[in-house]
Write a protein that binds this ligand. Structure first.
Ligand code: ZN
Length: 171
């Protein structure tokens, strides 16, 4: 006797699916607003802005396309970034990136800093996996910049200065 197959009860017409799409859109909008706020907060109240007394490395970087300037100063301690400060001016992307970066790299070893710089560049290249990487901390707020190739250089400017600063022989 052939097994009776219950092929009945055809598709009911996927009720409930449209709501999910709307929820995702709402969450995405909320995250974008949160990220925007974070960028502006760092732009208006930059962390670690000023002059670092007794800096071991001092790097000036410019992005002529946008007019951004970053003057980064680093102090090292036993192979780690003990402190990072910056001076500069320019767009909110470059200045907030510098502010967030100086917060994130404090106390980190050079190898960790290079790994973060790579990850950050991947995120700006459009990697969603990198954009979700918690090691990037607040810098994930800049993930939307990947959609604007002209602004990627703004976000990368302080990191370029940082990697150059790490090449300075350390005590
Ligand atoms: Zn810029």
């Amino acid at each position: 006797m052939p097994p009776s197959e219950d092929a009945g009860g055809g598709p009911m017409g996927g009720a409930g699916a449209p709501d999910t799409t709307r929820e995702i859109a709402r969450d995405t909008a909320r995250l974008a607003a949160l990220y925007q706020e974070l960028i502006l907060d760092h732009y208006r109240r930059p962390r670690n802005k000023g002059t670092l007394e007794g800096a071991d490395a001092h790097v000036a970087a410019k992005n002529p396309l946008c007019g951004d300037e970053i003057d980064l100063q680093l102090r090292f301690d036993r192979g780690r970034v003990a402190e990072a400060k910056f001076a500069g001016r320019g767009c909110s992307i470059s200045q907030s990136s510098a502010s967030m970066m100086t917060e994130l790299v404090r106390g980190k070893a050079a190898a960790e800093v290079h790994a973060l710089a790579r990850r950050f560049a991947e995120m700006l290249g459009g990697s969603e996996e990198a954009a979700a990487d918690e090691r990037l901390g607040e810098l994930r707020a800049l993930s939307g910049v990947s959609k604007f190739p002209m602004r990627v250089k703004c976000a990368l400017l302080p990191w370029k200065a940082l990697e150059e600063g790490l090449r300075v022989p350390r005590r």
